[in-house]
Ligand binder design. Structure first.
Ligand SMILES: [Zn+2]
Length: 219
């Protein structure tokens, strides 16, 4: 049975929350210092990491003091950094939905990020909201056929969000390759398929926060 892990100094920030509620929550909960280093994991965090082989989002190598940003695919770092920073500075919670499917199950999670201790930290609560077998019509499975997917650089490109794999000779086509969701090859790189790019980047506001200047969406 997994137990929680908490930085001694972080306990004071968690005081507003009932420790039993965090402990028995079915979804992964983590606490972060303002610099986005991990300071708390609830028991469900470890259960989730074990069931998913530590992939895809946050690996089992995450420990107290390690950075959330290091655990994320590079393509997602700016997104989470911008939103989490906004929660820290505004002291208003933020919610977000994301997919984290396994080989056999479609899973959708709801995430709520709460500010702690006046800009000192964050509490991130993940809850499973949809779980079902994959719809095989909309997500036909393809075998891990390397010649179909391996780019000239020797890398396989997987979507950082939905985990579909990009075809080498038809880059607009992204296939569901269950074997590579279950076990991500070492020569995998991440990008976004077009629908997921829209999902993450449709709102330019967070990018203004991220670098201080608005982007030209028509460029
Ligand atoms: Zn995608």
């Amino acid at each position: 049975m997994a137990t929680e892990l908490v930085d001694e100094g972080f306990k004071a920030l968690l005081e507003p929350y009932d420790p039993d509620v965090l402990r028995i929550h079915q979804g992964a909960i983590y606490g972060l210092w303002a610099d986005l280093r991990f300071a708390y994991f609830n028991p469900a965090w470890f259960t989730f990491a074990e069931e998913n082989g530590g992939e895809p989002r946050l690996s089992q190598s995450c420990t107290l003091g390690s950075s959330l940003l290091d655990a994320l695919p590079p393509e997602l770092r700016l997104f989470y950094h911008a939103h989490y920073s906004r929660v820290l500075h505004s002291e208003r919670h933020w919610t977000h939905e994301y997919e984290c499917s396994s080989r056999d199950r479609y899973r959708r999670f709801h995430q709520v990020v709460y500010p702690l201790g006046r800009g000192k930290g964050l509490l991130v609560v993940n809850s499973l909201v949809v779980e079902a077998p994959h719809d095989l019509e909309r997500r036909a499975p393809f075998p891990p056929d390397e010649p179909l997917y391996l780019g000239e650089s020797g890398l396989i490109t997987q979507c950082a969000h939905c985990r579909r794999t990009q075809r080498r000779n038809d880059p607009n086509r992204w296939d569901w390759v269950p074997a590579w969701v279950e076990r991500m090859p070492l020569n995998t790189t991440h990008a976004f398929c077009p629908p997921c790019y829209g999902f993450y980047f449709r709102d330019p506001a967070w990018r203004e926060d991220a670098d201080g200047s608005p982007r030209d969406e028509t460029a």
